[in-house]
Design a protein around this ligand. Structure first.
Ligand code: VGL
Ligand code: ZN
Length: 202
């Protein structure tokens, strides 16, 4: 068992990001057994859940004429328009059925405001609105984070970079992540994580 200042954060292992889901990540389901095994090592275990209202502004369907995976400019910056995914209460938003959710101490939901997306588990995409996770971890005495989940190049990378900026020592287990890889996003995410001081273990 690792010491209590180390936390495992499992990002968005939900049906819509697994094969057959609305925003399927290739091999997204392959990481589930390894994540379950890793949870047994950590005293502090947090799961995140992408959790959007049906009228969410990140959905291409809510922008007449816009194609999924195209870009728009939101008041807070550039935003990819995604297929409808992880709608609150839908089967797609549920955790992968194989994920061991019972051992988790905390489930944090994000992306629940229609006007703003939230890739990161710490801040929404304006990089300013907090989710509360920083306070949760710090009040529990956590200083080191291991991060796994979906997708490497969006929610995992944004979360890892924010965690490093907030002063946590961060390791991303690349073998327990899978990527969307949209227009070079995986290479950019890897460079961004390294520049932020995140250790990338493959
Ligand atoms: C994610 C795109 C949209 C993710 C969430 O979990 O990486 N990506 N919403
Ligand atoms: Zn989303």
């Amino acid at each position: 068992m690792r010491p209590s200042h180390e936390a495992l954060i499992v990002i968005d292992v939900q049906n819509d990001f697994c094969p057959g889901g609305a925003l399927a990540v290739a091999g997204g389901d392959e990481i589930v057994p390894g994540i379950n095994a890793l949870m047994g090592e950590f005293a502090v275990k947090v799961l995140t859940q992408d959790w959007h209202p049906a009228d969410h502004s990140s959905f291409a369907a809510n922008h007449p004429g816009a194609a999924p995976f195209s870009m728009v400019t939101m008041p807070y910056g550039p935003q990819v328009l995604w297929p409808v995914h992880c709608v609150q209460g839908s089967a797609g938003a549920a955790f992968h059925p194989g994920l061991a959710t019972d051992p988790a101490d905390m489930v944090i939901r994000k992306g629940f405001r229609s006007a703003i997306d939230s890739y990161s588990a710490f801040f929404e995409n304006d990089h300013a609105t907090p989710t509360g996770l920083d306070g949760y971890l710090k009040t529990r005495g956590v200083t080191e984070i291991t991060m796994v989940g979906l997708a490497t190049d969006f929610c995992v990378a944004y979360s890892a970079i924010d965690a490093a900026r907030l002063g946590f020592k961060v390791t991303v287990r690349g073998d327990l992540c899978r990527a969307i890889d949209l227009d070079g996003s995986l290479a950019r995410a890897g460079a961004g994580m390294r520049a932020a001081g995140v250790s990338l273990e493959l």
